[in-house]
Ligand binder design. Structure first.
Ligand code: ADP
Length: 263
C-alpha cells in the first residue's frame, strides 16, 4: 500500500532532478517515513550510480520485482534490468510498457511516499504515470537561469494538463559558496523562486552548488550529504516543506465533495 505518490520533473536534463529526487527520498526516510524511489527516467536511468547499485543484482519472485533496499529507502530502476544504452533508443510504447512494469510490478510493501524521478521534459512517461497511479502531486526542479525557467514553466503546464497538482518548485544550483566563504550567484540566484511566485506555486527551497553533493552522488553515498551540516539542513528543510505540501494536498483531496447537477 503506497500512501502518497510524488512525481519529480524538470523542464530539461542536467538541472539535478535525479540528485534532488534521491536526496528528498533519503531525507524523508531519515525523518522516519517509509520511502520508495522509482527511476522513471527510462531513457537515462541515473539511480544505479546515485544509489551505488553497481555490485547489486535485481531479484524477482515470479514476475514481481524486489526493490533494492539501500540508504534507508527502497528503490527500483530500469538501469539494473536492461542495458541502459538500449533503453536510450526506445520509442514511446516501449517506454510506456517498461515504466508500467516497474511501477506496478515492484513489491513496494507499505510506503508513506513513493517518489518518482521522471525523465526530463514533457514526454510519454508522465502521461503513463497519470493514467496508472493516483499521483498526489509533482515537484519541479529548476536552475535559476531564464532558459531553465522557461522549460520549467512548460513542465508545470504539462502536469496541470495531466490533472497533477504541482506541490512546489525547488531551485537547484542556486549559488556557489567559495573557499573564501563568499557566495557567488553564478546563474542568477532566486530565478526559480521568482518563477514559482509568478506562477502562484509553493517554493520548497533552494540547494546551492556543493562539491560534496556532486562527489557523493558520483560515489552513490547520499547519506554522506548529511556530514556537511549546511547541506543536511538544506535537504531537511526542503523535505519538510514537501511533506507539508503533501499533507495539505491530501487533506484538500479528502474535502473534494462529489457534486450532482439537477436540471
Ligand atoms: P538531471 O536528473 O536533471 O539530469 P542530475 O541529478 O543527474 O540531473 O545532475 C547532473 C549533475 O549535476 C550530476 O553530476 C550531479 O551530481 C550534479 N549536481 C546536481 N545538483 C548539484 C548541486 N546542487 N551541486 C553540485 N552538483 C550538483
Amino acid at each position: 500500500m503506497v500512501k502518497q505518490v510524488i512525481a519529480v520533473g524538470a523542464g530539461k536534463g542536467g538541472v539535478g532532478k535525479s540528485t534532488i529526487s534521491v536526496n528528498l527520498a533519503v531525507a524523508l526516510a531519515r525523518m522516519g517515513a517509509k520511502v520508495g524511489l522509482l527511476d522513471g527516467d527510462i531513457y537515462g536511468p541515473s539511480l544505479p550510480t546515485l544509489l551505488g547499485l553497481d555490485e547489486l543484482s535485481a531479484t524477482a519472485h515470479g514476475n514481481i520485482l524486489m526493490p533494492f533496499e539501500v540508504h534507508g529507502i527502497k528503490a527500483m530502476t530500469i538501469g539494473k534490468l536492461v542495458d541502459p544504452e538500449k533503453a536510450l533508443v526506445w520509442r514511446g510504447p516501449m517506454a510506456h510498457g517498461a515504466f508500467k512494469q516497474l511501477a506496478t510490478q515492484t513489491d513496494w510493501g507499505a510506503l508513506d511516499y513513493l517518489i518518482i524521478d521522471l525523465p526530463p521534459g514533457t514526454g510519454d512517461v508522465p502521461l503513463t504515470l497519470a493514467q496508472l497511479l493516483p499521483v498526489t502531486g509533482a515537484v519541479v526542479v529548476c536552475t535559476p537561469q531564464r532558459v531553465a525557467q522557461d522549460d520549467a514553466r512548460r513542465a508545470v503546464r504539462m502536469f496541470e494538463g495531466l490533472g497533477i497538482d504541482v506541490l512546489g518548485v525547488i531551485e537547484n544550483m542556486s549559488f556557489f559558496v567559495g573557499d573564501d566563504g563568499k557566495e557567488y550567484d553564478l546563474f542568477g540566484r532566486g530565478g526559480a523562486e521568482m518563477m514559482a511566485q509568478q506562477m502562484g506555486l509553493p517554493f520548497l527551497g533552494s540547494m546551492p552548488i556543493h562539491m560534496a553533493l556532486r562527489k557523493n552522488s558520483d560515489a552513490g553515498t547520499p547519506l554522506a550529504n548529511w556530514d556537511v551540516p549546511a547541506m543536511g539542513r538544506q535537504l531537511d528543510t526542503m523535505a519538510q516543506a514537501l511533506a507539508g505540501q503533501i499533507s495539505v494536498a491530501s487533506l484538500r483531496s479528502q474535502f473534494v465533495q462529489p457534486t450532482i447537477s439537477v436540471r
